[in-house]
Design a protein around this ligand. Structure first.
Ligand SMILES: *Cc1c(COP(=O)(O)O)cnc(C)c1O
Length: 384
């Protein structure tokens, strides 16, 4: 018996991979310049339009999510120019680090970790920095389990500035609505290993006409991450460099699975998983790190700063029972515990996590009533 097959990976990425997708990725290799690969790329790009909510043709890069964050920065803003980065946690901070690394003047709007950025906060910041060429935002800030109101944030940027709106949607696209054209988002990026139920290795980028006009003006475009090169190749149903063919087979299958379930049902499922998780944790009397309004449907954080036990000890007990959850990042290391519930995750998975969470708490000597969080989540599931 391979007990690894029974592992419950409940971190906010990488996430579990459905068997259908595993099997799709196990197909024999094909020539990367042949007709079959061209068709695969076109099928993926067509389905990706619905994921991003765009009429444009999304581009597919080989690289982890960060490659797309870096591409979004260096194709749009030149060294010496100004950019705004809204930092709500570790991934906003990553955008800020990329901006600094390339000698771009950084205007950093820091929001307390655990909160979302409000349209009012962004309005005054955008007005204070009128020379910014781009505003970088994070849709789901995975490190704090916060979902930022991207629609409203994009609107205030558009109302008060000519800056491009660039959004990191890595840990929520495929789980929450994204209407980038309607919201006037200029660049939206995502990655394969979160809500898309794939292994790490693909990054996807969708770009507005407004952003292409800026990108085309770049005098020193990057090499591997030159988005214009990907666009020109994609017009010929190809890629500038060898695409991750096996992952493309997987992407096609993943998008098919999401289409079969129906986008509205996919979003509703993630909302339900969030409600079950939060209701269950509350039933145990444990504090949540994020308020109901700001909480992401893809990940939930338990606030370990106000409890008498260690979140790292909790995680260890849970992993001994084959359930893996995540800890905190940067200054939240050892302070919070995060449960991922995106992608290939259903209601029964949440009942399992909560049940194991309870048993781990008992092992830590915390006084709780076994079954209480499971019961609360079951009631959400049954809608009673
Ligand atoms: C996971 C993640 C990324 C990408 O990280 P990689 O390790 O490069 O794949 C970027 N942004 C957010 C919000 C993420 O959750």
């Amino acid at each position: 018996m391979n007990w690894q097959d029974k592992a419950h990976l409940r971190i906010p990425g990488p996430t579990p991979i459905p068997l259908r997708i595993q099997q799709a990725m196990a197909q024999p290799m094909i020539g990367h310049r042949g007709q079959a690969t061209s068709q695969l790329l076109q099928e993926c790009a067509t389905s990706l339009r619905a994921l991003f909510g765009t009429m444009s043709t999304p581009l597919i890069l080989t690289g982890s999510g960060t490659s797309a964050l870096e591409a979004a920065v260096i194709n749009t803003v030149q060294p010496g120019e100004e950019a705004i980065v809204v930092v709500t946690g570790a991934f906003g901070d990553r955008f800020a680090k990329i901006v600094k690394r390339y000698g771009i003047t950084l205007h950093r709007l820091d929001i307390p970790w655990g909160e979302s950025c409000s349209p009012e906060q962004l309005t005054s910041f955008v007005q204070a920095h009128p020379r910014a060429k781009a505003v970088f935002l994070t849709y789901c800030e995975t490190s704090t389990a916060v979902l930022n109101p991207i629609n409203e944030l994009a609107r205030v940027v558009r109302e008060h500035s000519d800056a491009l709106v660039v959004v990191d949607g890595v840990s929520c696209l495929g789980a929450v609505p994204c209407l980038m054209d309607e919201w006037h988002v200029d660049i939206m990026v995502t990655g394969s290993q979160k809500a898309l139920m794939l292994p790490p290795g693909l990054a996807m980028v969708a770009v507005s006409d407004r952003a292409w006009a800026v990108i085309e003006q770049q005098t020193q475009p990057p090499f591997y991450l030159d988005l214009l090169a990907y666009k020109k190749s994609m017009e010929q149903a190809s890629t500038p460099y060898t695409p991750a063919v096996s992952l493309l087979y997987g992407l096609k299958e993943a998008l098919l699975m999401l289409e079969e379930e129906g986008w509205e049902n996919v979003f509703a499922r993630h909302q339900r998983l969030k409600r079950m998780t939060r209701t269950g944790i509350r039933a145990l009397g444990l504090p949540l790190f994020t308020n109901d309004q700001d909480a992401s449907p893809t990940v939930t954080a338990i606030d370990g700063r106000q409890v008498a036990w260690e979140t790292e000890a909790l995680r260890k007990h849970m992993s001994q029972m084959k359930v893996t959850i995540a800890g905190g990042q940067q200054h939240l290391k050892g302070q919070i515990a995060r449960i991922g519930h995106m992608g290939f995750c259903d209601e029964l998975d949440i009942l399992t996590v909560l049940s194991v969470l309870e048993m781990a708490l008992v092992k830590l000597g915390v006084s709780i009533e076994l079954g209480s969080s499971v019961k609360a989540a079951q009631e959400v599931m049954l809608d009673v």
